[in-house]
Design a protein around this ligand. Structure first.
Ligand code: TYC
Length: 112
């Protein structure tokens, strides 16, 4: 639930004293959020995926092991939900880290 920030607006743009004050609702669109997804593959070591989740998604070892297993079994899992800019940064960090370690791990983002 979100509270709507109503605004009082003075309508009647003539010079007369008879003005009417009405409540208007300004548009308050929140920016879209993006899911960051980790994809399974047959080659990236499980320990490496756990390390990625701890390093870039601030998970503890139990959480990261659980999410890693979900990806391993189901093929994909959401590892976080962020603004567009943060999601892009996370994807780039994971992809760069995987590439530097020569693992084929894939990370993508999609609009929620
Ligand atoms: N399937 C990999 C293996 O058996 C482990 C793995 C888990 C790889 C999650 C990627 O996102 C991934 N070594």
């Amino acid at each position: 639930m979100t509270l709507t920030p109503w605004t009082l607006t003075d309508k009647g743009d003539d010079d007369s004293d008879a003005s009417v004050v009405v409540a208007t609702r300004p548009k308050t669109k929140r920016p879209p959020l993006y899911k960051v997804l980790l994809l399974n593959d047959d080659y990236t070591p499980m320990e490496f995926v756990v390390a990625v989740l701890e390093r870039f998604f601030n998970m503890n070892s139990a959480q990261s092991f659980e999410i890693m297993l979900t990806v391993h079994k189901k093929g994909v899992a959401v590892v976080g939900v962020f603004s567009h800019e943060i999601a892009e940064t996370k994807v780039a960090q994971v992809m760069d880290f995987a590439r530097r370690h020569e693992h084929p791990l894939q990370c993508t983002m999609e609009r929620e």
